[in-house]
Design a protein around this ligand. Structure first.
Ligand SMILES: [Zn+2]
Length: 270
């Protein structure tokens, strides 16, 4: 009897694990995903709107145009990639948006469903459109790889005892919102920033390189950007983007390894 009971528990745990797992496109890594895609999107669209209401859009027309143009090129590349690989469902209900926000912080992020914000403060590091494409496609890589969902799942499991997102939102709205903002690297206002894990960083680099190359941006420029970032400091503090995105020799080496694969997409795009 005891045997059956423990087998039942194991079976339940296994089923739960399998049901809660998804696979990251391109890299094939299995990840924990407790929050349904639709819940992620609806919270994302709401948080994104609220963020835009509270922050000023850049008045610089030229730079804003560049952000939108770069975003749309990457969006088209991403859509093509997933159509060609018969995985369009990955992008279901996406509502892409690309905005440049007036903010001195060097930061950028992409919330689920393709909601991208670039802070004017990061433009001094991206320098030109290709540099911007490096950052944007990397952030879109995080979103498409479901890293925010993975981090929210970890938070919900560890800090809220495994509550569902909707329950957490209803019972602890401000706490849940803070978790959300942290999960997407929106700001340093919490006083602590949990960096994306190394695995997630390498994964976003991998996806990002393919997306930017497919959009017709030279993937080789990613090396220049990360190299520039690794040398910069804002006063005593490193830029926000750098504190969540450590740029070190290992990262640069991994990017170098991925460039030949990305270059194939770049050649076809030209
Ligand atoms: Zn990243």
């Amino acid at each position: 009897m005891k045997f059956f009971k423990s087998s039942a528990i194991i079976l339940f745990a296994l089923t739960f694990f399998i049901l809660s797992c998804s696979t990251v496109p391109i890299t094939g890594r299995k990840q924990l995903n407790l929050v349904p895609h639709e819940s992620m999107l609806s919270m994302s669209f709401e948080q994104y709107d609220q963020f835009l209401k509270k922050h000023k859009l850049s008045a610089d027309k030229k730079q804003t145009q560049m952000v939108k143009r770069t975003g749309q090129r990457i969006q088209t590349a991403v859509e093509q990639y997933f159509t060609e690989n018969r995985m369009s469902y990955t992008l279901r209900n996406y509502k892409w948006d690309f905005n440049l926000v007036e903010n001195k912080e060097a930061n950028a992020w992409c919330m689920p469903g393709g909601k991208v914000v670039i802070y004017t403060g990061i433009l001094q590091y991206t320098k030109d459109e290709t540099g911007l494409a490096v950052v944007m496609s990397h952030e879109i890589g995080h979103a498409i790889a479901g890293h925010g969902n993975e981090r929210m799942s970890q938070f919900l499991a560890l800090q809220m005892g495994g509550t569902a997102l909707s329950t957490a939102l209803a019972s602890q709205p401000s706490e849940t919102q803070k978790l959300w903002m942290t999960a997407f690297g929106v700001g340093a206002q919490l006083g602590f920033i949990l960096p994306y894990s190394r695995i997630q960083e390498y994964e976003a680099d991998h996806l990002g390189l393919i997306f930017m190359a497919k959009a017709g941006y030279d993937p080789e420029s990613a090396l220049d950007f990360w190299d520039r970032m690794s040398k910069k400091k804002e006063g005593n503090q490193p830029p926000v983007f750098l504190s969540t995105h450590p740029s070190d020799a290992m990262r640069i080496r991994k990017i170098k390894e991925l460039i030949p694969e990305a270059r194939k997409y770049y050649k076809k795009a030209r």
